[in-house]
Design a protein around this ligand. Structure first.
Ligand SMILES: [Zn+2]
Length: 328
């Protein structure tokens, strides 16, 4: 389908949204679910553009409205999120937003609120936004993004059009890095693999080499813990100085690691994420086998969910390392 939405990947979701625009049947509330850094906010912003664009076809990407939205400077588009990743989206932020939404659009046709990482919204904040969802106003559109759907009230789910977004394919991530960021093909391919289709992370690591270094350290730490005693594991965790956001990043990488071990343990031919650690992955897969790899993967996912809530980072990591299989 022809579309001008400035979104990388997520073709089916963009096509569905484009059809809604073509038919003049755009809903007033959306929930974009999926892992971090796969382009949920970019998709949300492109919906806001299409709603307020003054050219054809929408979004044109060039009119004043499109440009202001792309640079987060449009007066009718509000982005609401917890003060930091791993923080809490509070009820007073929702009340403030509701005051803004009650006003007529200042410049555009629609007021659009993008509520990022809505899994971090406290219960009172979720209940408060329900009121806006239950009494839709013609020129107000809400777009929620979330990594962890289980943390969101079912009543919110039922009032939104839901898009379950997945990481991009390695090929489309590689193509995008090459085409839109001018990355040389081989480098783009490696980055695409390491990113596991999280294009946002791939782009961040282009701009800041520390991202790659952080990932390398995260994987090394995990491999070290597999060869460590219980006491040594506690020392490893004690030696870390990570805030919650970085701990979540680290667990994302650990998740890709166990997924790779699983793939190797079952003899799958699917592409590995951590292609630069293939040798050690093969060793780990031979030692731990499918069941232990599966358990480690699940334990990592559970830790991610707990940590997205109010769990203590250090305790979470200690429990996790105890649940991981040992190589010696
Ligand atoms: Zn435009």
């Amino acid at each position: 389908m022809y579309t001008t939405f400035p979104v990388i990947g997520h073709d089916w979701a963009v096509a569905q949204m484009q059809r809604a625009f073509n038919n003049g049947r755009v809903r007033h509330a959306f929930l974009l679910q999926g892992p971090a850094s796969i382009g949920k906010t970019t998709f949300a912003r492109s919906i806001a553009m299409a709603l307020n664009c003054t050219n054809e076809p929408k979004p044109c990407g060039e009119c004043r409205a499109c440009r202001l939205i792309a640079s987060n400077g449009h007066p009718d588009i509000a982005i609401v999120e917890a003060e930091r990743i791993g923080g809490t989206l509070k009820i007073n932020q929702i009340r403030e937003l509701q005051r803004q939404l009650a006003l007529r659009p200042y410049e555009g046709r629609y007021r659009v609120a993008i509520l990022r990482r809505f899994q971090e919204a406290q219960a009172a904040a979720q209940n408060a936004i329900l009121k806006t969802l239950e009494e839709p106003v013609g020129n107000v559109v809400l777009i929620l993004t979330a990594e962890e759907p289980s943390a969101i009230l079912p009543t919110i789910h039922s009032r939104c059009q839901i898009f379950n977004l997945r990481p991009l394919s390695i090929t489309s991530t590689t193509d995008a890095l090459e085409r839109s960021w001018g990355v040389e093909r081989d480098k783009a391919s490696v980055l695409a693999h390491l990113s596991a289709g999280r294009i946002g992370w791939a782009v961040r690591s282009l701009e800041d080499e520390k991202e790659l270094e952080f990932r390398q350290n995260a994987i090394s730490l995990l491999e070290q813990s597999l060869n460590s005693t219980r006491v040594q594991c506690f020392q490893l965790v004690d030696g870390l100085n990570l805030d919650k956001s970085r701990t979540l990043d680290m667990l994302d990488f650990w998740q890709t690691y166990w997924r790779d071990v699983m793939l190797l343990a079952v003899g799958s031919k699917a592409a590995l994420t951590n292609i630069d650690h293939e040798a050690s992955l093969i060793t780990v897969a031979q030692h731990v086998g499918q069941d232990d790899a599966q358990r480690a993967l699940e334990a990592t996912r559970t830790a991610l969910i707990q940590l997205s809530g109010n769990a203590n980072s250090r305790l979470c990591l200690e429990v996790l390392m105890l649940n991981y299989p040992k190589l010696n």
